[in-house]
Design a protein around this ligand. Structure first.
Ligand code: NAD
Ligand code: 0WE
Length: 271
C-alpha cells in the first residue's frame, strides 16, 4: 500500500488501452484515491465504466486542455473537493494526423502552435494550476517518447513538442522543487493505444521495436504503470527533473539485433 492516504489527478484517460489506464490501475492497486479528467462527453462515457472498476474512491472531472478556463476550473474543483493532492499525471498529446507524415518542415504554423499547446504548454499550465494544492512531497509526471531525442520517421512536429516537454520537466522541477514537489517524465516505448492507432504502419513500428530492444519485447501499459508508481511514490523521493526510459532498452541501442536479422528482414520487406 505504497500510496495509502495519497490522492491525485490523472489526465489523458481515453479507454482501457490508454497509458493513463495502466498508471491508474497501478496507483489504485497501491491504495491511491484518483481524480480522473476526461477531454469531452464522448470520452466521459468511455471513462466512467473504467472508473467503476477501480477499488478505491475516485471521481471524474472534465478538462479540455485546449481551453485554459477548463483547466483552471478542473483544479479549482479538485481543490474544493479534496484540498491538497499528492500527484498529477499528464498523459496528453495531439497533433494533426495529416502532418504525422511527410516533411516536418512542411508543418503549418497553425498545427505547430496547436501541437505545442496541447502536448507541451498544457503540462506547464497543469503544473501552475496544481501548484497551490500540491502537498509537500507531491510528484508530477508526464509521458514522452524517444522521437524528442532522435529522428523517428513521421513523428515529425510531435518530436519537437516532446523535446520542449522534456525541457519543461527540467524547468518545472526547479520551480516546484522550492515547495518540495518533484517533476519527472517517463519516455515510453511504442504501445498500441488510441493515439497510436491513428498512425499508419504502427504495427510495423511495434514489430521493429520488439525485434530490436535489448529485452526483445515491447512494453505494456502495466509496465509503464509500475514505473509511474515508483516515481509518484516515496520510492522516488530523490528523483526529479528526470526522464526515465521505460522502453525495454531501445534508447540505449545503435544497431539492430543481429540474432533477429531474419525476422527483421521480413518486417522491412513489408515497408
Ligand atoms: P491515448 O489516446 O490513450 O491518450 C491520449 C489522451 O490525450 C486522450 O485521453 C485524449 O483525450 C487526450 N487529449 C488529447 N487532446 C486533449 C485535449 N485538448 N484536452 C484534454 N485531453 C486531450 O494515447 P496514449 O498513447 O496513452 O497517450 C498518452 C501519452 O503517452 C501521450 O503524451 C503520448 O505522447 C505518450 N506516449 C505514447 C506512446 C505510445 O506509443 N502509445 C509512447 C510514448 C509516449
Ligand atoms: O505520442 C505518440 C502519439 C501522438 C499522437 C498521435 C495521434 C494520432 C491521431 C498525436 N496526435 C495524434 N493525432 C491523431 O489524430 N506516440 C509516442 C505514439 C507514436 O506516434 C507515432 C510514432 C509513435 C511511437 C507517429 C509516427 C511514428 C512513431
Amino acid at each position: 500500500m505504497l500510496m495509502k492516504d495519497k490522492k491525485g489527478l490523472i489526465m489523458g484517460l481515453a479507454n482501457d488501452h490508454s497509458i493513463a489506464w495502466g498508471i491508474a490501475k497501478a496507483l489504485d492497486g497501491a491504495g491511491a484515491k484518483l481524480a480522473i479528467s476526461y477531454q469531452n462527453e464522448t470520452l466521459e462515457k468511455r471513462v466512467k465504466p473504467l472508473a467503476e472498476q477501480l477499488e478505491h474512491e475516485n471521481m471524474l472531472i472534465k478538462c479540455d486542455v485546449s481551453d485554459s478556463a477548463s483547466v483552471e476550473a478542473c483544479f479549482k474543483e479538485l481543490g474544493e473537493k479534496w484540498g491538497k493532492i499528492d500527484f498529477v499525471v499528464h498523459a496528453i498529446a495531439f497533433s494533426d494526423k495529416d502532418q504525422l507524415k511527410g516533411r516536418t518542415i512542411d508543418t503549418t504554423l497553425d498545427n505547430f502552435l496547436n501541437t505545442m499547446h496541447i502536448s507541451c504548454y498544457s503540462f506547464l499550465e497543469a503544473c501552475r494550476c496544481a501548484a497551490p494544492i500540491l502537498s509537500e512531497g507531491a510528484s508530477v509526471l508526464t509521458l514522452t517518447y524517444l522521437g524528442s531525442e532522435k529522428y523517428v520517421p513521421n513523428y515529425n512536429i510531435m518530436g519537437v513538442a516532446k523535446a520542449a516537454l522534456e525541457a519543461s520537466v527540467r524547468y518545472a522541477a526547479s520551480d516546484l522543487g522550492k515547495q518540495g514537489v518533484r517533476v519527472n517524465a517517463i519516455s515510453a516505448g511504442p504501445i498500441k493505444t488510441l493515439a497510436a492507432s491513428g498512425i499508419g504502419d504502427f504495427k510495423k513500428i511495434l514489430r521493429y521495436n520488439e525485434l530490436n530492444t535489448p529485452l526483445r519485447k515491447n512494453v505494456t501499459q502495466e509496465e509503464v504503470g509500475y514505473m509511474a508508481l515508483a516515481l509518484l511514490s516515496p520510492l522516488g523521493a530523490a528523483v526529479t527533473g528526470e526522464i526515465v526510459h521505460v522502453d525495454a532498452g531501445f534508447h540505449a541501442t545503435a544497431m539492430f539485433n543481429l540474432d533477429k536479422a531474419k525476422e527483421l528482414a521480413e518486417v522491412l520487406e513489408q515497408f
